[in-house]
Design a binder for this molecule. Sequence first.
Ligand code: GMT
Length: 377
Amino acid sequence: MRIGIVCYPTFGGSGVLATELGKALADKGHQVHFITYQQPVRLNVFNTNIFYHEVRVPTYPLFDYPPYEVALASTMVDVIMNHDLDLLHVHYAIPHASAAYMAQQIMAKKGRKIPFITTLHGTDITLVGRDKTYEPVVTFSINESNAITAVSHNLRQETLNNFTIEKPIEVIHNFVDVKRFQKKPLDAFRKVIAPDNERILIHASNFRKVKRVADVIYTFANVCKEIPSKLLMVGDGPERNPMEALARELGVDEHVRFVGKQEQMEDILLVSDLFVLPSEYESFGLAALEAMAARVPVLSSLAGGLPEINIHGKTGYLAEVGNVAQLSEFALQALSNNEHLAYLKNEAYQQAAAFDIQNIIPHYEAIYSRFCRMECA
Ligand code: GMT
């Protein structure tokens, strides 16, 4: 099939998922056309089945806000016509679903049907999409999608609770390519971070309020009192500077490294002992699943779709949102005994394997084939 994928090209989970999906589809022989405003960060391979089309948004003195959605819909039309696409798969409803609807209508005027599938990822529903500035357009364009998928049962329910949805929402869980993590951990790298063989805790996110990053620092400060440990803070965002200040205030700054955005997450995860994700809400928690694939157990909040991947006492621990005492207690349980930590690491890996890319891609392909023209099958 010839598939157009629209996503955010950044480090965010929805863009990562969409890019990994496109790469896997290309490996299976589909022709994949990424339509984004920038080369997606994970699109780091050369494959003759992968095409990248940049959405250019011309500026004009009149525009305080250049009309990205118009440029996106026009680029979609251009790619559909020039590459004879069979369908569009848009990731993150805003503004991708409404732009896809616009492209679909333009194509209909030209006598050509082009279905579009919308995958809901999380904040497009739970934060941004619910805002009444966007809600009518989000509801409309979700309902106009030819198929709707959500990345967890929890997100499906959140969508039904917050919007009037007239079509079924199919749950297709996020996935991870476990073989990407089948590498030997770099001992020298571990030594640089933890020279005295301290435990390594890790957090990775976009450092937004919803991630409750302060809980990571407070928890780490408690862990440090009991077990020699280091903390790696991966990513960047509005909460980064205040968190650096908090680490100093709590007197743990010499044990905390803020390493910014990283492309080589595999190498970093492979030397880590515990992934900490205490978010207020997480529709799925792709970063946690990637940690599990690297045999890193997860200390997360009991929020959103996280319990669909993290099993308490088995693949890690689930604590109440904002309960730092509980997070600290569970972190200590995970890290204080070598045998127990080895058990958690193994279970985390087994759980990630259940969400392996090979198990999930066929679900998307099944949806595509429902809408694909006869000749593309
Ligand atoms: O976590 C974020 O804020 C980024 C956001 C995104 O759209 O990239 O992540 C959402 O989609 C990911 C991929 O499906 C999920 O794994 C994340 O849990 C979800 N984030 C939230 O729900 C807060």
